[in-house]
Design a protein around this ligand. Structure first.
Ligand SMILES: Cc1cc2nc3c(=O)[nH]c(=O)nc-3n(C[C@H](O)[C@H](O)[C@H](O)COP(=O)(O)OP(=O)(O)OC[C@H]3O[C@@H](n4cnc5c(N)ncnc54)[C@H](O)[C@@H]3O)c2cc1C
Length: 270
């Protein structure tokens, strides 16, 4: 949906390829290496996610650490004509229960997935990775039980085990606190990842994108002062286990240095 919306914007041309590196001339971004060629650009947005090493050379390492939860999930399909299970949120079911979190995420074409998120340190949950145990446990959790009932749905695959979740923040600046390549901006998970059970990731990424659009149009004459980015606050809350939603994120600097601003709701303008 986002891709379609972007493609419908006037002046947008979508191209796909592997971004191999940033081109810099006279201390400023001039383009991008893509597959075997290059693309000229005066602004590059790095939205390459949590694992990519793209543009690593232009900023300091991430701070933070592992998130103390893991999860198991399974994908299902409703039988033709079967009624969906109970729902109390747009995504369907998210419940924090004693020592674990249970969720149902409804998808398209009658498919959905159920998720049990548990503390990694709690060994009682390790056998959930086995389909039989997962199904037995799911049948015991109100909300999940109705969705996964074999009368109404069937599994589409094995139980999936998820881990490697981090609470990390990686800002725009290099080890010396400078913008290493003006014109290069990092967004989304490339900046911050938080405990996914709070569902912050997409909101953070969208808010950053919105602020980048606002600021790119309004800060060309601003002399940016670097501050701590408020996304970092979301990380702190996530690391503390809080479910508080993140505050607004400000990103400035399409024409000047790519700098993040801290004040929620206040992006310096001139
Ligand atoms: C288990 C789990 C559950 C989650 N649940 C939620 C939730 O309920 N709600 C929520 O809001 N968020 C959730 N999140 C977080 C959410 O998925 C992320 O915050 C969001 O996807 C970040 O978007 P992004 O565009 O920054 O990165 P991504 O979605 O990771 O997209 C990055 C893209 O860049 C591509 N890429 C990488 N390197 C290159 C390269 N060199 N060249 C070209 N392309 C490249 C990748 O292939 C990928 O397609 C969850 C995350 C996890 C792990």
């Amino acid at each position: 949906m986002l891709r379609s919306a972007a493609a419908a914007e006037p002046g947008v041309r979508l191209r796909s390829g592997h971004a191999g590196g940033v081109l810099v001339d006279a201390g400023r971004v001039t383009g991008l290496r893509v597959d075997d060629g290059t693309v000229q650009a005066d602004l590059i947005v790095n939205a390459s996610g949590r694992s990519s090493r793209f543009a690593d050379a232009y900023r300091a390492l991430a701070v933070g650490g592992p998130c103390p939860i893991g999860y198991v999930s399974r994908h299902y399909e409703l039988h033709p004509g079967a009624e969906p299970g109970p729902s109390h949120l747009p995504v369907n079911v998210v419940q924090t229960r004693s020592g674990y979190l249970a969720a149902v995420f409804r998808q398209d074409h009658g498919t959905f997935s159920t998720v049990l998120a548990t503390p990694r340190s709690d060994r009682r949950f390790t056998t959930l990775r086995h389909a039989e145990t997962y199904e037995l446990a799911s049948r015991a959790v109100p909300g999940l039980a109705e969705w996964g009932d074999p009368q109404f749905s069937r599994p589409l695959g094995p139980v999936q085990v998820g881990g490697g979740l981090d609470n990390t923040y990686r800002g725009q600046l290099d080890d010396d606190g400078r913008v290493a390549a003006p014109g290069l901006v990092h967004l989304g998970d490339a900046v911050c990842t938080t405990n996914p059970t709070a569902g912050r990731g997409i909101s953070l990424a969208l808010e950053q994108s919105r602020q980048l659009c606002d600021c790119s149009a309004s800060t060309r004459t601003t002399s940016p002062r670097p501050r701590t980015h408020s996304t970092r606050g979301a990380l702190s809350r996530s690391a503390r286990g809080s479910t508080t939603r993140c505050t607004r994120t400000r990103i400035c600097g399409a024409a000047g240095p790519a700098v993040m601003w801290t004040s929620p709701g206040r992006c310096p303008r001139t």
